[in-house]
Design a protein around this ligand. Structure first.
Ligand SMILES: O=C(O)[C@H](O)COP(=O)(O)O
Length: 206
């Protein structure tokens, strides 16, 4: 018997669309973001995976994405957990500012480091390492035990809180993670065998 973990970055948000640093600012989904969530729900419904639990952050772009998915898959007994541990990494003073304008002001290289490196701390915000230091303890305590009991789990969170988790799940190093970008609203499916060995990690295309 296989066990499944599905990670999903929320659908496109208003500030994704406007190319602004978002971090833990609570912004809404766009119409496209809601459509992405709906499509994800349809893809998951086709797989007929029975989930026992769904985890999301305290931010409404993730919660709304999860609501739309749950509506599509129609499994009313899924237990829902909301936690700030899965919130997006804080971008501190960059939040609200335009990414392209910041690249003009500080240089594309610096902006890329703030966005993708493991250790660089954005002004007043969190590095990916610091994000991982809150995401992983939550994962070990609340999510991994369910998977080890062969229970299927859904996680709807954010680009960087999920990159932090992916590093652990897929054994991605501090250098390699700089190349990893997670698309909005596309489910990533992990399959584990009955001794909790990962046997697959793929985005679900259809
Ligand atoms: O916080 C943000 O701006 C986005 O959710 C993720 O942005 P990034 O791709 O710049 O890390």
């Amino acid at each position: 018997m296989l066990t499944y973990l599905v990670l999903i970055r929320h659908g496109q948000s208003v500030w994704n669309l406007e190319n602004r640093f978002t971090g833990d600012t609570d912004v809404d989904l766009t119409a496209q973001g809601r459509a992405e969530a709906q499509l994800t729900g349809k893809k998951l419904k086709k797989r007929e995976i029975p989930f026992v639990a769904a985890f999301t952050s305290m931010l409404r772009r993730a919660q709304e994405t999860l609501d739309i998915i749950l509506h599509e898959i129609n499994q009313p007994n899924i237990k829902i957990y909301k936690t700030a541990a899965l919130n997006e990494r804080s971008y501190g003073k960059l939040q609200g500012l335009n990414k392209a304008e910041m690249a003009e002001k500080y240089g594309a290289n610096q902006v890329q480091l703030w966005r993708r490196s493991f250790d660089e701390v954005p002004p007043g915000g969190e590095s990916l390492r610091q994000t991982q230091e809150r995401v992983l303890p939550y994962y070990y305590e609340h999510i991994e035990p369910l998977l080890r009991q062969q229970k299927n789990v859904l996680v709807v969170a954010h680009g960087n809180s999920l990159r932090a988790l992916m590093m652990h799940l897929e054994n991605i190093g501090e250098h390699a993670i700089t190349q990893v970008d997670i698309p909005t609203g596309v489910p990533r499916l992990y399959e584990f065998d009955d001794v909790f060995k990962m046997i697959g990690a793929n985005y679900i295309a259809d």
